[in-house]
Design a protein around this ligand. Sequence first.
Ligand code: ADP
Length: 739
Amino acid sequence: MLSLETYRARFGPIAVSVLALAAAAGALLVLLPEEWQRIIVAAVAWAAGLAIAIYLARRATAREQARVAELETAEARHRALLDGLPLVTWMTAPGNRAETLYVSPGIADLSGYSPAEWAEQPDLHERLLHPDDKERVLHELEQAGDTPTSIDYRLLARDGRAVWVREDSATVRDLSGEPVYVQTFLRDIGDLKRGEDRRELLEVAEREAASESAERRSRLDLLRRVGGDIASSAELDGALGRVADLVVVDLADWCVIDVVDESNELRRVAAARGALIKPNGARSPADDPEAEVRAVFESGRTRILPNLDERSTGTRVPFLDNLDARSVISVPLQARKQQLGVLTLARTEQGPAYSADEVAFAEDLASRLALALDRARLYREVEERSDAAWVLEHVADGVLLLDRNGLVRLWNPAAEAITFIPAGDVVGKAAADTIPGWKASVETVPVSASPNPGHDEVLIPIETSRGERWIAISGVRFFGGTVYAFRDLTDTRRLEEIKADFIATASHELRTPLAAVYGAAQTLLRHDFALDETGRERFVSLIADESERLGRIVNEILLANQLDAGRLDLESEPFDAHDLVERVVEATRMHAPPSVTLDVEPSNNLSPVAADADKVRQVVVNLVENAIKYSPDGGRVEVGVEEQDSSIRFHVRDQGLGVAPEDQERIFEKFYRADPQMVRGVGGTGLGLYICKELIDRMGGRIWVEPNGDQGSNFVFDLPTAEVMAHGEPRRPRLQLGN
Ligand code: ADP
């Protein structure tokens, strides 16, 4: 094929050759002399000219053909290129879209109409515009005029599909700027649109999911806080109030919580108002649960107003009396099959009725609330129980809990201490079998129906491993059995008995000398004339002796009282113990019965004792007189003093009745007498040894009794020496019990 450059390159030599040929022929015609020669030259020139002309004509034709072929090839390529593009090429006459100049075959795939149909039907494009887009597209095209435009719209394909296309059109102009045609590209942007739509949908879904998840999160948060708040709160009502406040944030205009109290009454504990609701005195829920709320509580079933399958009519639903509620959810609070209360949510403002979702959430919330309530209650119960257990553990009274079958359910440490029966031996067993004496006494124990103060109690004896104990006991019956509380009154009772004995003994002790004095005095009065001097003296000395005995008893009582009241002053001066003992024995010997021998054991160089000599004498007199008194069959009484490390030890030994081991400690108690009934015929007040012990204790010494070998007893007491007293190291007052 000839290119424009080759063509230009060859045109030059041809023109030069033709001009040279013409110049040569012209010159020959002028120069040749012969006519025939000139004719030949002219003929040759003509022939050459002709040949050149033919050659040139042929060449021009060939060139034209080549150009046309080139054009056709170019156009074919162009078409192939256009047709191969993933879009439809549509050429229309400038200013008239109805006149299709060319449309690529792709239009058939796009619209279902062939290129021929497009060419034949001028209004086809306009007809195929989607009704929703038509107006917009036509308007935009009109606005654009012949400036390049890009519009997205839908075409209705032959099969009814709406095909999204993007149209890009531009006017093609010739060199002079005249419009030649309008070239429009139609591109199927269905996929793009679908992608966009999907993206939009996805975005919407994502937004919805995000808001839903935020809502869920806030509700989960609410659920979590509900549980936490109640569980951690000691004050339940306040915690429920806070829960109600949380609920009204986005779930209700009003949240009301009713809970059963300890007396099993449904009580309103919280009513919270949403922030949007204006405070208005009249418009707030009642202070007590309404009949509808009670009905939910009793039925144990959720109530939803209006029903889920009904749409809210915006009218008032009658539930919470004082509120114009438009939608209500009332959910029972249940845990471990127990009804604990009711949670009620109400919407009073215009808006949607509660949805199934919200009902489910309210139920979830209610179950959390119920669990938390239940847990709080259990916790309180456990705390109360542990408090009670703690009290039972430490109370000084014995507590015995018997169930309806008479089995011991509780036996506290005080009960163990009083009865010496370990809990393990009685708990779970019948009281009658395990508590000695119970069976015989239980009938007499007063049992009341309520733990009112001031009810009766009785004193009953219980046999224990350490002897009989007397307990004051009373019981209170309750639904699970009977609880008995008892105190150990053994010592009190013993004291009572001792006091009673003392009164009996003292009156006997007082009456005997009184009677003797009275008798002697009467005799002297009436029979004075009949009595000789000796007889009279006998009666007078009898009166003196008995009066002295009376005086001694009264003194003992007074002294014991003084000791009790702490009103006894003691002197402390050094004295010789041996000397004191000898004097006492000498004085006592005078009136001692002949069957008793009184001896003082010798002792050498004793350190002086620092104490109240009068009181020590009183103690020694008492011990020596006891030794004589409790030796009814006579015997030897030995009194002695000896020096110990830092004290002087006194002892009075006899061969009398002796003291039983169990009494060795007790005979020093006030009023205690080992033989109160005077079976052995020896009387007394039970005060003597008590006074001795008190005095010795107060003088920084100690006193005790021990057996005197096989027969009788040995009363011993220590007192600090004057030296020890002076150096301030007195022996600590301490009661030494018999060994
Ligand atoms: P009282 O002699 O007036 O009864 P005491 O306090 O002096 O009172 O003695 C208390 C009890 O100790 C006496 O009742 C007696 O049982 C016992 N008792 C005291 N001294 C002796 C003794 N030397 N031998 C045997 N028993 C004694």
